[in-house]
Design a protein around this ligand. Structure first.
Ligand code: ADP
Ligand code: MG
Length: 256
């Protein structure tokens, strides 16, 4: 039987004193792909940041259990060491921080082991080839002057190097052309093949990425909670009909 990897229960979260997530609940087992869709501002990115431990997102109730550990008191770097990874909706540009050094340092701190520049270079070059990233990017500052799609591919390269147990992809498909989207999804599907406990949360507005990643579950979020879940075919329904009907139906049934 597949083991539970992440269990979120009764999670409420404030940002700047405003309640964004409300009694949120989600269980993810090993080797599962969960898609999260929902209107703008429904709290999808808030959920991603909260799982990763961003200090601005204040948990007011509930639990996040990852690999049988309550992670709420752990800092983001400790969560990364445990096997969590977040690909940002808007990756930050950091002038002066060399992309290659950034990758090597995050690898060393996540795995807690030294790796020579030469050895690491071999690992990275394998990934740049797979993701069609020009090697000249490695000597540039992190994300500075990268196009939207290049930033997303640069993050997926980092994901491949760190090989986490749970990857959260926050709108990774935005800004990617269809060829890049295929490359990115292929490398994510490879991680799934190679790592028996690898699971993914895909936050997206588009069905296309789900055609490649084949989610086991598709959830719709609205006003900080999951209001409906279904299987892969649910995404077709959402693309065709939007969220309004789903939200109205939920509001009619929800106890006041
Ligand atoms: P989604 O990713 O579903 O579009 P978000 O989680 O980004 O939604 O945002 C949910 C709500 O929380 C929005 O109303 C947004 O303005 C607010 N919010 C999120 N992050 C912050 C922040 N750092 N400061 C202030 N408000 C925020
Ligand atoms: Mg968002």
């Amino acid at each position: 039987m597949k083991k539970l990897l992440l269990s979120i229960n009764n999670l409420s979260v404030n940002v700047e004193h405003k309640k964004i997530l409300s009694k949120f609940k989600l269980d993810i087992k090993e080797q599962e792909v969960h898609a999260i869709m929902g209107p703008n501002g429904s709290g999808k990115s808030t959920l991603a940041y909260t799982i990763m431990g961003h200090p601005k997102y204040q948990v007011t109730s509930g639990k996040i259990i990852f690999k049988n550990k309550n992670i709420l008191n752990l800092s983001a770097d400790k969560r990364a060491k445990l096997g969590l990874f977040l690909s940002f909706q808007t990756p930050l540009e950091i002038p002066g921080l060399n992309y290659f050094s950034f990758l090597r340092n995050s690898y060393i701190s996540t795995y807690n082991k030294k790796i020579s520049v030469l050895e690491f270079n071999l690992l990275v070059k394998k990934q740049t080839k797979l993701l069609h990233i020009d090697d000249s990017f490695l000597s540039r500052a992190l994300n500075v002057g990268f196009s939207g799609g290049e930033k997303k591919r640069a993050e997926i390269l980092q994901l491949n190097l760190l090989n986490p147990s749970l990857a959260i992809l926050d709108e990774t498909d935005s800004g990617l052309d269809v060829d890049s989207l295929k490359l990115v999804c292929k490398s994510i599907n490879n991680l799934k093949k190679e790592n028996p406990n690898f699971s993914v949360i895909v936050i997206t507005h588009h069905k296309k990425i789900l055609d490649f990643l084949k989610p086991d579950f598709v959830h719709v979020m609205n006003e900080g909670e999951i209001i409906k879940s279904g299987d892969k075919s649910f995404a077709n329904n959402i693309e065709k009909n939007g969220f309004t009907k789903i939200i109205d139906e939920y509001k009619k049934l929800k106890p006041k």
